[in-house]
Every structure is written in C-alpha cells, then in structure tokens.
Design a binder for this molecule. Structure first.
Ligand code: CA2
Length: 143
C-alpha cells in the first residue's frame, strides 16, 4: 500500500510555538514518526507539507495512479477549502483526516471540516498518534 501523507499550512512550525496545543516536538520529528509508523505497517510512504492551497490541490491530483490512499491534515484549510475537498472527491482515493488537536473542543470556527464528509475516518486530539492510527487503518484495517 502506497500512502501519501499531506500536511497543510504552518505545520512546519511544530515545536517552535504553541506547544500547549500542538506539543513540543518538531515537524522533522513528526516526519520521522510517520515514516517509522509506515515501516511498522509495511506501507510505502511519501510525506509532503505545504503552506499553499493550490500546491496541496496539485499533490492530491498527482496522487492518482501513484498512491493507494491519502492521509491529510489540511490544517487551517480544513475549515476553509472547498478546493481541497473537491480535489479529494475528484481523485476518489481513500482518505483519512488527521488533526493533532481536537478541533471540536476549540474555537467555533474550527468545528467545521470540509474534508470530514469525504474521509473514511478522522483521528483528532491524539497528537502524532493520529497519523500512526491513520496509516494502520489504511494498511492493516485496524480501527
Ligand atoms: O490540530 C490540528 O492538527 C490542526 O489541523 C492544526 C492547524 C489548525 O488550523 C487546525 O484548526 C487544527 C494549525 C497547524 C499550525 O500548527 C502550528 C504549529 C506551531 C505553531 C503554530 C501553529
């Protein structure tokens, strides 16, 4: 199983600010964690981060024929991007949505996700573990 992991805007700032919300580990540590989780589940992985909506749309479109599934933390675009939701619907690959924090327990503007209706699963509020659970769900069928 070939999985594309997409991370949205500002996730590259992990560990630099807001450790109370997003933890104190760096983005590089997250990438290493995701790669280890993929190896453990015998999945091939590509991890990509962008601060730009159109770049993320391009990567979703490019996944067609190259990847079997997408794990996405769209970050702030979760709550705003019809374009990302449309791209996910267009490629029609299995999608799992991940959030480090629990978006249902934060500001009202974070409660709505344009991606959730397209996702087979959403893991939130579990920090890095959400990515591991997403990979294991896709590769091994573990809930
Ligand atoms: O909880 C999540 O994973 C989010 O997708 C993270 C987004 C936020 O906009 C979503 O509502 C929930 C923000 C990612 C930005 O991460 C930062 C990391 C360090 C310092 C500042 C932001």
């Amino acid at each position: 199983m070939k999985i594309l992991v997409l991370n949205g805007p500002n996730l590259n700032m992990l560990g630099i600010r807001e450790p109370a919300v997003y933890g104190k580990e760096s983005y590089a540590a997250l990438v290493a964690y995701i790669k280890a989780a993929a190896a453990e589940a015998d999945a091939e992985i590509e991890v990509f981060q962008s601060n730009h909506e159109g770049v993320l749309v391009d990567r979703i479109q490019d996944a067609l024929g190259k990847h079997d599934a997408i794990v996405i933390n769209p970050a702030a675009y979760t709550h705003t991007s019809v374009a990302i939701a449309d791209a996910l619907a267009a490629v029609a690959l299995p999608v799992v949505e991940v959030h480090l924090s629990d978006i249902t327990k934060r500001e009202a503007f974070r409660r709505h996700s344009f991606v959730s209706p397209l996702a087979k699963k959403t893991y939130m509020g579990e920090g890095f573990l959400g990515y591991r659970r997403a990979i294991r769900y896709l590769a091994l069928g573990e809930e």
